[in-house]
Ligand binder design. Structure first.
Ligand SMILES: [Zn+2]
Length: 295
């Protein structure tokens, strides 16, 4: 099996605490991964708030799993508390990713803004999100990233056009089955899109599938494609679900070659990749819609 572990870091807490735990686990097993960090402010409170009616918001938040998963401060960032900068607060964490042989890419600037608003944003506003993310990445790492992973798997004609202008060599912004060049409206992206192929652990948990059953389900999904991509969240697998993630790695390791997305992208020729449409679709266990490759 060829498997890519794509680690998304959406929040300040995820970069502070979740990512180091995941790097420890991967380092001990000599497993390489691709890590994408939201480069701007943490506005998670706005994302969490949209799941609740305004009445009784705080009480519902405490009762639901949101506080356990993200911590109380994260649940308030961008609402009652100002959102702290994610990448700029922990430049050493970002450098550690590269020093340990992993790939570091960009997961947008303001994760919540991209996730909630991308489909309505004009091209100049999308370009500004990407430019701001690139400026932070450049300040910390001293060069440009290879890969872009869209927050919340949200992809639009405007984002395809912006990402084609560089400096990226690929993106991983949709759910699908195999690498392709995405088409949205009249725009056909020039770069390879390498989609997430497997369900995420938080989607399985959302369906009531946990423990051994979740590990077996992911193991089966990861054997279904030539190159399988599993998206992992620093806040989930690097948090309350770390034990499950370790069990999955131990299950995979004997028969799996782990690769980084930048290396998979390097083996693809965009001129011969199939073009496929992208539509908004749902995924079992996930709220809202995500951008999906059309088969
Ligand atoms: Zn994300």
């Amino acid at each position: 099996m060829r498997v890519v572990l794509k680690i998304d870091v959406d929040t300040y807490h995820g970069l502070a605490a979740g990512l180091p735990r995941l790097l420890d686990v991967l380092g001990a097993r000599r497993i390489p991964a691709s890590v994408y960090v939201a480069m701007g402010p943490d506005h998670s409170g706005r994302a969490i708030r949209r799941f609740f009616t305004h009445k009784g918001f705080a009480r519902k938040m405490v009762r639901s799993g949101a506080v356990r998963l993200y911590g109380l401060r994260t649940a308030l960032y961008g609402t009652l508390l100002p959102g702290p900068q994610i990448a700029r607060s922990f430049p050493d964490r970002l450098r550690r990713v590269i020093a340990e042989g992993h790939e570091l890419g960009v997961h947008g600037y303001d994760h919540v803004h991209w996730h909630d608003r991308l489909l309505a944003l004009p091209e100049r506003r999308v370009a500004s999100e990407i430019d701001r993310a690139l400026a932070v990445f450049g300040d910390i790492i001293g060069r440009a990233p290879d890969g872009f992973a869209a927050p919340g798997w949200q992809c639009s004609a405007a984002s395809l056009s912006c990402l084609d202008r560089g400096p990226f060599s690929y993106h991983s912004s949709t759910r699908g089955t195999r690498p392709y060049r995405p088409r949205i409206d009249a725009v056909v992206g020039a770069l390879p899109e390498i989609p997430t192929t497997a369900p995420t652990l938080d989607e399985l948990l959302g369906l009531g599938i946990g423990g051994h059953e979740a590990v077996e389900s992911l193991w089966r999904s990861l054997g279904e494609h030539e190159v399988s991509v599993l998206t992992v969240h620093a806040e989930v697998e690097g948090g309350p679900c770390l034990d499950l993630f370790v069990t999955l790695l131990d299950r995979l390791q004997p028969t799996t070659r782990f690769e980084r997305l930048v290396d998979v992208a390097g083996s693809l020729d965009p001129r011969t990749l199939p073009v496929a449409g992208v539509v908004q679709g749902t995924r079992p266990g996930r709220a809202g819609t995500v951008s999906c490759q059309v088969e």
